[in-house]
Design a protein around this ligand. Structure first.
Ligand SMILES: NC(=O)c1ccc[n+]([C@@H]2O[C@H](COP(=O)([O-])OP(=O)(O)OC[C@H]3O[C@@H](n4cnc5c(N)ncnc54)[C@H](O)[C@@H]3O)[C@@H](O)[C@H]2O)c1
Length: 349
């Protein structure tokens, strides 16, 4: 197969970005777009007059497609993706993969039994700055990883059928799994439903990774400032990924502190602070979503396992489920057991 015939299901806010990339990529042919709303389809036709449109996604099953992209509200990910897999289509499903791990497991089984590619839109693992960040960690330049802190904050976009955990945390969880190449051993979370009853709009997650490496995730729809930041603190150096910056997204700080040998004499007890250069590595800028779409097509054409495959999506869903459990019971701690589906180990780069 040289060209993959693709249909896009859901042409709301995010679907047009997916459609644009599949329209542009030479190894894809954008054949059809489905959305329940006629005004969204009118908009699709204004961009792509030659692409077929329909209000019924099941029409896509009769269009000789190879693959679909599911970019509808999260509650519909599972039933629509399942239906598409049953009709023999490779599926790229938006994040979060599903709203329960049982549903994610079912989709994995279905895709594997039919030898279809099932990929989840964890866009950040296709972000060149995040890939560069992982290379710095893996090269040992930062030394031992002491901890990771992430913040994804803004005012909005509020949702009624989801909470901030399911909406924003998939990004940071998928980044942490990618960077560390390990599953967390313990998860806890707390937060608050500030504006609407029962819908958490701010949440703080604590994940402990093997070797006692803590990671902290702060997500909020209710913050005065737009923040998109990941800080990795190592024994030798520290890195900040600031996605709000147009350029200079990564900064490597040659900063740290060495504890002195213990002595009884106060005068001799000096902390050894290091504050050296700040390096801004040059990163080839490319649209992460384009890389993601390209990777999906490659996985279909070359019959390979995508980086963010169904198992990766399931891992993220399981972590959110554990965090939500902890969130709703405030302060309880979820100890994690990775026991379902004999999941393959996370890939090291
Ligand atoms: N990867 C990312 O960075 C990123 C960013 C934003 C959104 N998303 C994800 O993309 C998905 C869509 O989000 P959005 O913000 O575009 O939502 P949206 O509500 O703006 O759009 C969803 C669209 O799906 C359509 N739809 C609903 N049911 C349908 C059905 N049965 N058949 C066909 N179309 C149907 C709706 O009419 C709407 O136009 C969500 O899963 C979201 O989490 C991912």
């Amino acid at each position: 197969m040289k060209t993959v015939k693709v249909g896009v299901i859901g042409f709301g806010y995010w679907g047009p970005n997916l459609a644009r990339n599949f329209f542009d990529l030479p190894s894809a042919e954008l054949v059809a777009i489905a959305d329940l709303k006629e005004d969204r389809l009118q908009r699709a036709r204004s961009f792509y007059p030659e692409v077929r449109t329909t209000t019924n996604y099941m029409d896509l099953f009769n269009m000789d497609l190879d693959a679909v992209v599911v970019s509808v509200p999260p509650a519909l990910h599972y039933p629509i993706a399942k239906h598409c897999l049953e009709n023999g289509l490779h599926v790229l499903i938006e994040k979060p993969m599903t709203q329960s791990s049982e549903h994610a497991e079912e989709l994995i089984r279905k895709a594997e039994s039919k030898e279809l590619v099932l990929m989840v839109g964890h866009t950040f693992v296709y972000n060149s700055a995040v890939v560069a960040l992982k290379k710095f960690i893996d090269s040992g330049e930062l030394g031992d990883i002491y901890y990771i802190d992430t913040a994804r904050l803004n005012l909005g976009l509020f949702q009624r059928d989801s909470n901030v955990l399911w909406d924003l945390a998939p990004h940071d969880i998928s980044i942490l799994l990618f960077l560390l190449g390990q599953d967390p051993v313990s998860i806890s979370a707390y937060g608050a439903p500030c504006v609407i009853d029962n819908i958490f709009d701010v949440a703080y997650l604590n994940l402990i990774f093997p070797n006692q490496v803590p990671a902290h995730i702060h997500v909020s729809w209710l913050d005065p400032c737009k923040v998109r930041r990941i800080t990795v603190v190592g024994s030798k150096k520290m890195i900040v990924f600031n996605d709000v910056e147009n350029e200079q997204k990564l900064k490597i700080y040659d900063k740290g502190v060495d504890a002195p040998e213990y002595t009884d004499g106060f005068g001799e007890f000096h902390w050894n602070y290091r504050s050296g250069d700040i390096l801004i590595p040059k990163i080839r800028v490319s649209e992460p979503l384009r890389q993601e779409c390209h990777h999906f097509l490659d996985s279909i054409i070359n019959k390979t396992r995508p980086e963010s495959d169904g198992h990766n999506g399931l891992r993220v869903v399981k972590i959110i489920e554990a965090a939500e459990n902890s969130l709703r019971n405030q302060s309880s701690k979820e100890i994690f057991a990775w026991d379902t589906l004999n999941m393959p180990a996370l890939r090291q780069m």
